[in-house]
Structure formats: structure tokens, C-alpha cells
Design a protein around this ligand. Sequence first.
Ligand code: OSB
Ligand code: MG
Length: 373
Amino acid sequence: MKIESVTLREIQMPLVHFFETSFGRVYGRRILLVSVEGDGVRGWGECVAGEDPFYSPEWIETAWPTIKRYLAPALLKNGVESGRECAALFARVRGHNMAKAALENAVWDAEARQKQQPLWKLLGGTRREIACGVSIGIQDSPEQLLQKIETELAAGYRRIKIKVKPGWDLNVLEKIRARWADIVLSVDANSAYTLDQTEHLRKFDAYHLLMIEQPLWNDEIYLHARLQKAIQTSICLDESIHHARDADFALETGACRIINIKVGRVGGFTEAKKIHDVAQQHGIPVWCGGMLESGVGRAHNIALSTLENFRLPGDVSASKRYWKEDIIEPQVEVRADGMIPISDAPGTGYRVREDLVQKFTVREETWRAGTTL
Ligand code: OSB
Ligand code: MG
């Protein structure tokens, strides 16, 4: 398809409730959105980079100039036949996966609309409904955490994940298990521990967790293999996996038994599909991670989660857990049985509310094909 223009925006939206991880607390989001236009359709993509370089070295202030100076010009000068071709076009730029994914996914989105096909089908998905979990941040007190878990269980969510760090881990797990002995429960450390704490991490085994996500360094795989040998709880890697080669290395070395796929962290749908396939060949399940996305990224996560090997509930939850009013229509809703039904409509099945996008926009730039970039 011929890409005629690329628009990059920053929107700002307050979160309904703050979100705290081992690297800090956020009260609202600054989100970069990309839209591409061509062949009479518009496709949308979300850049999941954070407000700070804490989850990953990439953050919104590296993503903006990377898109402006390199990625958007590459797309506008060369054009692409499909979303599949973007990764090769962007390969000259090293890293900056979240910036790349925002553009690549916008092209897939446009392609699905142009072909009048559901995005999930274009991606090769098969599921007609997907299972949802929730990620609950660190709270001011264990009592508040228990209250939140109760609310999410009542809403039907099929897996509870809590954020942990030293000082907010075994003490809260003890309280959770005393109240709910059998719920499907995971923890996510976002790299808050080191290998010297293996003895401490082994104590997590007593709480029969579905997984412990990213216990060690964000840039480390092999030391997770050492840890996995020493503990019973399955390790899931998030931050450490950037492409299919990482997934292959992690699975060959036994560094994890589960992989979290975030389409932004891995540079777009094309690489996400490859990681999905590598895991499947190893008999390892994957699930879809979240990055406190607006409806644009959320709708893409839903489409990705329809692939067969997304066998565990994802961090793909309802719009209303994050936003007073999400920027898509309909809002993402989770049924009382904890599932999201998949629409047969062309594209994502969710319409972007451009009036709201406009209202939340704080900066915006458009680049067109054929003009000096
Ligand atoms: O590690 O999965 C993570 C949010 C921001 C950065 C990293 C992570 C998260 C989440 C939130 O856990 C998941 C969600 O979108 O609800
Ligand atoms: Mg994580």
C-alpha cells in the first residue's frame, strides 16, 4: 500500500488509579500515538514507551525523534506492501523497538482495514475469545491490595498478578493465600532481585504461583537459567526478551518456562509472531503483556492474543480499569466469565474516537510522502 502520510501525537490521560511497580508510581500516562494514511484508509498504532527510561532504556523522548528522523521517513520514501515488510525496512535502526512497533502496527491496522479483514485473522489468529488476567500494582497497604484482588475476582478475571519487590513480597503472598488458597496467582518483580537472593526467592515456592515474572536483571537471560534450576516456581521472562533469538536462547538454556510477549517491546507484530512460534515449537506457552495502553494498543493486544499459543490469561483487561473514558468505541469490556469476545468486524473491531484523541493531544506533527523529510 502507498503510505501518504504519517502523524505522530502525544496524548495525556490521567489513570483512574495510580500504578506502582518496583521502579516507581505513575498517576497518568503520556502516550505517543501514530496514524498512517494511504489507499483511502487510516491505521493507528500506539508506542508503549514509558514516561521515563525505567522499564526499558527506550522512553517517549527517544521514541519521538527516532520516529521523526528515521522510521517515518523510511516508510514514506520506500512504502510497503504490508505490515510484514516494516521490520526489514526499520532494521538499519538498532533497538528502539517500541518506536518501530508503533509504526509497524499502524501499517498492519491500515492493511486490515484496506482488505476489509479483521486484524486478528490477518495476524493468523484462531481464538474467538481470549482469557483475561489483571496486573495489580503495589498499594499503600496489604489491606488495600486484598481489597483490589477481591474486586477483580468478583469482576471475573482468571488470573491475578501482583507486583513484588523486597519488602512487598512474602508478607503479602502470605495474606493472599490465607484468604484465597486456590486462585491462579502470579508475581512480577520487574528485575527487583539479584541472584544472591536465591534463598529468598525459593521461599516463593510455598505459594504455588503460576509464575514469577522477570525476577532478575532486565538485560540478563543466562542468570535466570541458573535461578530456574534452583527454584520450583516457573520463571516468565518479560524485559529480557526483545526478539525471537532471545526467546530461542532463553528456552535452550532453560531460563524460563513461560514467555510474556509485549508487541512494543519486541518491535511489532512480525517479531511477536516469531516469538510466539519459537515458544510453540518448544512447547512453552506465551501470554500477552500490557503497558497501561490506551484503547489503540489494547485493541492490538486483543488481536495478537487470538494466536493459538497464547494459552495463559494476558494482562489485557477492561478499559475502565485504566481510563474514565477510553479513546476507542466500544470500550474494551471483559465478560463476567473473564473473557473478551473477538469481533468479526474489519480492522480491530474498535473505532478510534478521534474527537477524544484531539482533546487529549498536547503535540502533533505530520509528515507527507514526496516532501522533504
Ligand atoms: O512488567 O508487565 C509489566 C506496566 C508497565 C510497565 C511494565 C509492566 C506493566 C504491567 C501492567 O504489569 C499491565 C497492564 O497493562 O495492566
Ligand atoms: Mg512484567
